[in-house]
Every structure is written in structure tokens, then in C-alpha cells.
Design a binder for this molecule. Structure first.
Ligand SMILES: [Zn+2]
Length: 122
């Protein structure tokens, strides 16, 4: 089994509705996303998938979130844009774009700060 990891960053603002503390006020984060993709087979040039292909697909998803107020972006108008909900969203969207018989998104790790991250997996 091969596990590939691609990392990307984005910046956005949000409010967490219902939060008892500071997070109910608008603030921003510089998020770091680590997408882990797994596969058993390599192609004839020795790759599971080109890192560039993962980066491009992940970049498309992140462009919907970068430099935005997340509470105005679907699906976060209804669901609080917490690290949990954002990591699940990226997992689902990337899986829809990348998964094949051999390739599977296995994990999204989303760093909200340099000390705090959420991992979403299924
Ligand atoms: Zn926050």
C-alpha cells in the first residue's frame, strides 16, 4: 500500500454560531489541509497518481473557501464552518473527484492553528 500526502493552505473568516466563547465573533484562520490518498498499484512510470493531479483537484476545492467568509459559502450556511465540518466537506469533494478502483482518499487532516487539527476519515 502506498500513501501519498499533499499539503495546501488557505485563509478564511468564520463565525461559529452557538459557541459560548470567542468563536462566536468573526475571526480568521490560516488553514493547512493535508490530503492523504492511498493506492496499491503503480502505473508504468511508477506512480499511484501524480502529486500534481491531487494538488490540482484539492486546489479547485480550496479555491471555493480561500479568502471567503465561510458562513456565506455552501454548505456552511446551514452547518457551522468548524474544522470538523470543513474537513468532512473537503474529504467528500476530493473523493468524488479522485477515487477510482485503485485510488482512494483515506484521510483529510485540517490544521486550524499550528497546534490544533482535525482528521476526517471514513
Ligand atoms: Zn475559528
Amino acid at each position: 500500500m502506498f500513501k501519498l500526502i499533499v499539503k495546501k493552505e488557505f485563509s478564511s473568516a468564520h463565525i461559529l454560531n452557538g459557541h459560548p466563547g470567542d468563536c462566536k465573533r468573526m475571526h480568521g484562520h490560516n488553514w493547512t489541509v493535508e490530503a492523504k490518498v492511498e493506492g496499491n498499484k503503480i502505473n508504468k512510470i511508477g506512480m499511484v497518481i501524480d502529486f500534481k493531479d491531487i494538488k490540482n483537484k484539492l486546489g479547485e476545492i480550496i479555491s471555493r473557501l480561500d479568502h471567503r467568509y465561510l458562513n456565506d459559502v455552501e454548505p456552511f450556511k446551514e452547518n457551522n464552518p468548524t474544522a470538523e465540518n470543513i474537513s468532512k466537506y473537503i474529504y467528500k469533494e476530493l473523493s468524488n473527484n479522485i477515487n477510482t478502483d485503485n485510488i482512494k482518499v483515506s484521510e483529510i487532516k485540517l490544521w486550524e492553528t499550528s497546534n490544533s487539527a482535525v482528521i476526517y476519515t471514513e
